[in-house]
Design a protein around this ligand. Structure first.
Ligand code: HEM
Length: 332
């Protein structure tokens, strides 16, 4: 259940990009900062407008083999901008510090391969969107067509990550509000949370559930007790120097496979994060959890629909932003 990231670096890469795509690129944009980087297209109205400017055949003439060339991951690749001087870039924000170099490296390599064939043509944001799709599919998940034509942001600021990310201590209604502000429905939220069928979380994200939960319960009563006990070994109480490489699988039963086991786990109190488990305990979302737990096809079709929505949220197109030559740096 708990493991060392080094042993599963490829799967980690998959997850990192999904995590980046959702947590930073999409949910993390548009809130503060007000700059051009996020594009500010966070209402559903502007989402639809922008989405129309994305096309399946966007690179048909300029880089017809784009999908074949990309082996790995990526949205608005602002998260990839390296910090320089006083600008602490998104990839260095505290919540991103756990994202190891190998995940980024995979993506940089894909972009470099693309630059050899079609220099200056394919945006980092499109590379990320395509690679994420490929990688989900590679670990057993669904496949979908990705619309292209995104441009890369010109602003990357750590301060934009913070408040716009979903947090494990948020209520379902706070999460619904956050997703809604990006044009995403409750169903989208539950389906996208199914991405926790793969990946890891650090101890600090669930420590409060396994020790001194509240005055009445030592362990979160919505959590399976045996599960909580096994999590205590890698995540000792009162350890203020928690090893940042110690992580627990988000999906305790099939951690490296993109399937609907995540939802079945929730039905058994085996959700790792408090927000995961709340999707089942809260009557607003429980029905969706049950239907996705019952039928993997249903999960996949809702997940794909939500990912397609997500791929059009807040994107820059046309002459906005730039096509970054190196995903780690602005062109100038
Ligand atoms: C609903 C609200 C959500 C909350 C509160 C949440 C929270 C978290 C947290 C705390 C982690 C662990 C981070 C760490 O310890 O390094 C995590 C991991 C992850 N999340 Fe979410 N998340 C949410 C929704 C989503 C969505 C919608 C997706 C994708 C569509 C997603 C994809 C992932 C992935 C792939 C990982 C694993 C990353 C890795 O293995 O390094 N999450 N999430």
């Amino acid at each position: 259940m708990a493991g060392n990231k080094k042993h599963v670096s490829y799967v980690v890469s998959v997850l990192l990009w999904l995590l980046l795509l959702i947590h930073q690129c999409i949910l993390g944009r548009g809130g503060g900062g007000g700059g051009g980087g996020g594009g500010g297209a966070s209402s559903s109205g502007s989402t639809i407008l922008m989405d129309r400017r994305l096309r399946y055949d966007f690179y048909e003439k300029t880089c017809p083999n784009v999908e074949r060339i990309i082996h790995n991951v990526g949205c608005d690749a602002s998260v990839l901008i390296a910090s320089s001087g006083t600008n602490i870039a998104e990839r260095d924000a505290e919540i991103n510090l756990s994202l190891p170099g190998d995940g980024f490296e995979v993506f940089f390599r894909a972009k470099r391969a693309l630059e050899l064939q079609c220099p200056g043509v394919v945006s980092c944001a499109d590379v990320m969107a395509i690679a994420t799709r490929d990688l989900v599919n590679l670990v057993g998940g669904p496949r979908w067509e990705v619309k292209k034509g995104r441009r890369d942001g010109l602003v990357s600021k750590a301060s934009r990550v913070g408040n716009n990310l979903p947090q494990v201590n948020q209520t379902i209604s706070q999460l619904i509000t956050l997703f809604k502000s990006k044009g995403l429905t409750i169903l989208d939220m539950v389906a996208l949370s199914g991405a926790h069928t793969i990946g890891f979380s650090h101890c600090k994200e669930f420590m409060n559930r396994i020790y001194s939960y509240n005055k009445t319960f030592d362990i979160d009563p919505s959590m399976n007790k045996d599960y909580a006990q096994t999590l205590r070994t890698p995540c000792p109480k009162n350890d203020h120097n928690l090893d940042p490489t110690v992580v627990a699988f988000n999906d305790v039963s099939t951690p490296a496979i993109f399937d609907n086991a995540y939802y079945q786990n929730l039905q058994k109190g085996l959700g790792l994060l408090e927000t995961d488990q709340k999707l089942f305990t809260d009557p607003i979302t429980r029905g969706y959890v049950d239907s996705m737990a019952n039928d993997q096809h249903i999960f996949f079709s809702y997940f794909v629909a939500a990912m397609i929505m997500l791929g059009g949220v807040g994107v820059k197109t046309g002459s906005d932003g730039e096509v970054r030559r190196d995903c780690g740096f602005f062109n100038s």
